[in-house]
Design a protein around this ligand. Structure first.
Ligand SMILES: [Mn+2]
Length: 222
């Protein structure tokens, strides 16, 4: 669990420490406080590396989306071939010199090969800097859930909500995507959410999504 937005000085999508500690269905092995500042990313990468080598499934409870970069970096290094399933209203692939919550996907795709599928992306698609990387058949999946994937009628406790113009983005569409995966889930994260702003209904939705990820990852490792 990383209580740090990962790329800004002003508190962003963080401060979820108590919520995750009290409610997470996933056991919390390590807590990386936002007091680590930018060392949080190194601590996260080392933790992910250690868990992968132990044969465990690394789970990041964020925190901001730039943190996913470090999880993916370690997972790609460990598995060689990896698919990424990215739930998000934004593509997070703007061109930027720094690894931020809006650029990390571009930075990663510029330097690493991986299969990729984005779901729910609906904001400034023309500016996306990630090339189409079709999923790699048989390669395991890492799933990243930016909570702003969900429609704004369901979740308002995110930093940059984007209403849907058509279609749906709810728990049903989320779990349907997970059901489509035919290879194991080897790691996942839930990021870009501010539990302190959330209603109890929103909290329950996020926890249900997290439980679905946990269940799917556990079933695929048997
Ligand atoms: Mn994002």
């Amino acid at each position: 669990m990383v209580d740090f937005d990962g790329d800004s000085v002003v508190a962003g999508a963080s401060r979820n420490r108590l919520f995750w500690a009290n409610r997470s269905p996933v056991p919390i092995a390590t807590t990386i406080s936002r007091q680590y500042g930018h060392l949080a990313t190194s601590a996260l990468a080392l933790t992910a590396q250690r868990l992968l080598h132990l044969g465990a499934i690394p789970v990041l409870l964020g925190g901001g989306h730039s943190l996913t970069y470090w999880m993916l970096l370690e997972a790609i290094r460990f598995y060689g071939k990896l698919n990424v399933l990215h739930f998000d209203a934004h593509h997070d692939a703007y061109r930027d010199a720094n690894i931020t919550h809006y650029s990390f996907m571009h930075r990663l795709s510029a330097s690493h090969e991986f299969g990729y599928r984005a779901v729910g992306t609906r904001y400034e698609l023309d500016a996306a800097q990630i090339n189409e990387h079709p999923p790699i058949p048989g390669a395991p999946w890492y799933v990243t859930l930016d909570v702003d994937y969900f429609d704004t009628t369901l979740v308002k406790s995110v930093i940059a909500p984007v209403p849907l113009e058509a279609g749906r983005a709810d728990l049903n569409t989320f779990t349907k995507e997970l059901d489509l995966l035919t290879a194991p889930i080897i790691g996942f994260d839930v990021v870009e959410w501010i539990s302190q702003r959330a209603t109890s209904v929103e909290c329950d939705l996020v926890l249900t999504a997290l439980s679905a990820l946990k269940q799917r990852a556990e079933s695929s490792c048997v």
